[in-house]
Design a protein around this ligand. Structure first.
Ligand SMILES: *[C@@H]1O[C@H](CO)[C@@H](O)[C@H](O)[C@H]1NC(C)=O
Ligand SMILES: *[C@@H]1O[C@H](CO)[C@@H](O)[C@H](O)[C@H]1NC(C)=O
Ligand SMILES: *[C@@H]1O[C@H](CO)[C@@H](O)[C@H](O)[C@H]1NC(C)=O
Length: 170
């Protein structure tokens, strides 16, 4: 990973879905250290500009790879799979019903405890989906990976909502 920064030595992280986030972070810090503006203050303005561009790319790569959802979107894009907005998750009525029920209980409850409970169960589901995404991508099963991605999006949205509720204090 992080090889699309052209002039930085390729290396370091495998192109697998499951990754060691500590190593990712370490690599990110290394790259940003070597791209630090102080290192280019004596260089031509062309080189300064180039290093700034590379630094922005490194930031972007780090943000993309850090979270399972954006990492999955990116890995599927690299394989030519795009997720159309809205449509495809509708394929599984049982799944949509499950999401709808979680949404409703979240909308209706006034209990902070219940919000936390929903949050825990959503995180469990995301963990499970992430593991299944890992194995689907490793097997090259893109069709399944695409379905899992749609589901990850829904649960990530719910997780955001739960976080908002918790910071609001309900
Ligand atoms: C310049 O880059 C090197 C790595 O290539 C790094 O070790 C060093 O800390 C950088 N210097 C500054 C001032 O950031
Ligand atoms: C449930 O809530 C999430 C988060 O707000 C939203 O993205 C999604 O469309 C909702 N789904 C259903 C079926 O109500
Ligand atoms: C990801 O999948 C590979 C091979 O299928 C497996 O070896 C690895 O343990 C999995 N990683 C996680 C975090 O599940």
């Amino acid at each position: 990973w992080l090889v699309y920064c052209k002039h930085i030595p390729a290396s370091s992280l495998e192109h697998t879905f499951s990754l060691d986030t500590q190593r990712l972070q370490k690599r990110y810090v290394e790259l940003q250290r070597s791209l630090h503006p102080d290192n280019f203050s004596q260089k031509s303005s062309k080189e300064q500009e180039y290093s700034e561009e590379q630094s922005a790319l490194v930031n972007n790569a780090y943000r993309t790879l850090q979270k399972p959802l954006s990492r999955a979107v990116y890995m599927l894009e690299l394989r030519g799979v795009l997720l159309e907005e809205g449509t495809d998750a509708a394929a599984d009525p049982a799944f949509l019903l499950e999401v709808l029920e979680i949404n409703e209980s979240l909308a209706e409850t006034r209990s902070q405890d219940e919000v936390s409970t929903i949050g825990r169960s959503v995180r469990e589901k995301l963990k499970d989906l992430t593991e299944r995404m890992n194995s689907s991508l490793n097997k090259g099963d893109l069709l399944t990976a695409k379905e899992l991605l749609a589901q990850m999006k829904y649960f990530t949205n719910i997780e955001e909502k739960v976080k908002d509720r918790i910071t609001e204090g309900c």
